[in-house]
Design a protein around this ligand. Structure first.
Ligand SMILES: Nc1ncnc2c1ncn2[C@@H]1O[C@H](COP(=O)(O)OP(=O)(O)OP(=O)(O)O)[C@@H](O)[C@H]1O
Ligand SMILES: [Mg+2]
Length: 416
């Protein structure tokens, strides 16, 4: 049989000069134009196929029973289910709830309303990437004639990375604001502090004070010096947080512990230091110091007279990813401990059990800082139980990797 593609075989002999000849010519033109249209159609189909396969967005089409009729590779990658397994299946057969339900509602709404549905956001956990994801979804009708919607198509854009970076930016911004606020308060406190120091100096030297008044002046001077130290530390935190650097950990830890020496003494707390003088870490030193200061402050708040505080820092591996090396800090106290209901919420912003004295921001800020360093923080705690000692252990791990902080590692052992 003659193939419809081999047009030459259909051509009647040339040179016929009558009506039949005209007819033959018209016929020839029709055959040529049909062949041209067919090749155009094939081109369009290949174009559509390649768009479906290569578009950097997920595309899926459904029939009126909400069964997949076609999906592209990007969509299959998003669902984590192979391309062929989609065909003929419904959304709840392949995707977890409530994601499946929300997509199905969109598909049904397209068939019912015959109109596109504007973009909506879908979030979930798990799937192939194994972490939280966010999709931007829109749905639209596919018609084969103006009256009939044959399929419903959905377009899915994976906005997870954008969402994550927005989140990170928001956190960084919050931290920067907190830092600026703390720095400006510290700065403002410095002026009246200067005045108080001067007044105490006058009192001591020009007022011929006797004991106990003189003793009170000495105590006031001591406390004022502590305030000055704290404000300077705060200012330093802020300044140092602007650039990451390789930092000696024993200097950092010692400087925080010395800040709290007064409170250790008054509670008669025994502090055990267990860290190598040579241990260093590439980090935002001021911020790591702030984490440590928050944890020590909390331990002191929870401790009773005669308690113990163990501070340890050592080179270690990420407990969730042993391939990653860094420094693990452990702070263990023998304080009152926490009930489970408290430890579960301890990292929430504004969560505090200290009514008037606490703002509930210490651990939240600490979490943000550790997270900014791509590290981890965890807590184990036991509140008073008969026969068992109470206490709390905080651990945080900071990877030692300048690349993670977007910096090149300068010569080790500089900035302390
Ligand atoms: N070492 C600890 N021992 C017992 N409870 C703790 C310990 N560390 C934290 N907590 C509990 O977690 C809560 C939250 O701590 P967080 O440091 O965030 O806020 P805070 O100390 O209450 O206030 P601040 O903002 O002044 O730090 C505390 O109120 C306390 O109940
Ligand atoms: Mg605190």
């Amino acid at each position: 049989m003659t193939s419809p593609d081999s047009n030459e075989n259909l051509l009647p002999p040339a040179g016929v000069q009558n009506e039949i000849g005209d007819l033959i010519e018209v016929f020839n033109r029709m055959v040529a134009s049909l062949a041209e249209q067919r090749s155009g159609l094939n081109d369009t189909l290949s174009l559509l196929d390649s768009m479906l396969a290569n578009a950097p967005i997920g595309l899926a089409f459904f029939d009126r029973d909400c069964r997949f009729t076609r999906v592209n590779k990007v969509f299959a990658d998003m669902t984590g289910v192979s391309l062929s397994r989609h065909l003929g299946r419904t959304l709840p057969e392949l995707l977890p709830q409530p994601v499946a339900q929300q997509l199905e509602e969109a598909v049904l709404a397209v068939f019912a309303g015959q109109e596109p549905i504007s973009t909506f956001e879908l979030s979930g956990q798990g799937g192939k990437p194994g972490r939280p994801w966010t999709w931007l979804v829109s749905a639209y009708p596919v018609r084969t004639n103006p009256q009939q919607v044959r399929w419903a198509g959905i377009i899915v854009l994976d906005a997870s990375d954008r969402k994550r970076s927005e989140e990170a930016l928001r956190r960084a911004e919050k931290l920067a604001v907190t830092g600026r606020l703390a720095a400006s308060i510290a700065h403002e406190i410095n002026n009246p502090l200067e005045a108080i120091t001067n007044l105490l100096f006058l009192l001591r030297n020009y007022c011929q004070l006797q004991d106990p008044a003189l003793n009170y002046v000495t105590m006031a001077e001591y406390e004022v010096r502590r305030i000055a130290e704290i404000t300077q530390q705060t200012l330093r935190f802020y300044r140092q947080s602007t650039l990451p650097a390789r930092t000696k950990m024993n200097d950092l830890l010692d400087s925080v512990l010395s800040l709290y020496q007064g409170r250790f003494n008054s509670l008669n707390l025994q502090v055990e230091r267990d860290y190598d003088p040579e241990l260093d870490l590439f980090c935002f030193a001021g911020e790591i110091r702030q984490v440590f200061a928050n944890l020590v402050g909390n331990s002191i708040d929870a401790s009773v007279a005669g308690g113990r505080l163990r501070v340890r820092a050592r080179r270690s591996r990420n407990w969730k990813d042993p391939a990653q090396s860094g420094v693990r800090f452990t702070l263990a106290d023998t304080g009152a401990g926490m009930e489970r209901a408290v430890s579960e919420r301890a990292f929430e912003a504004f969560f505090t059990t200290k009514e008037v004295t606490g703002t509930g921001l210490g651990l939240w800020i600490s979490y943000e800082i550790v997270d900014k360093h791509h590290g981890l923080i965890r807590v184990r705690s036991r509140s008073a139980t008969p026969g068992k000692p109470s206490g709390t252990v905080f651990q945080f791990f900071i990877p030692d990797d300048p690349n993670l902080l977007g910096a090149a590692d300068p010569v080790a052992g500089t900035a302390a």
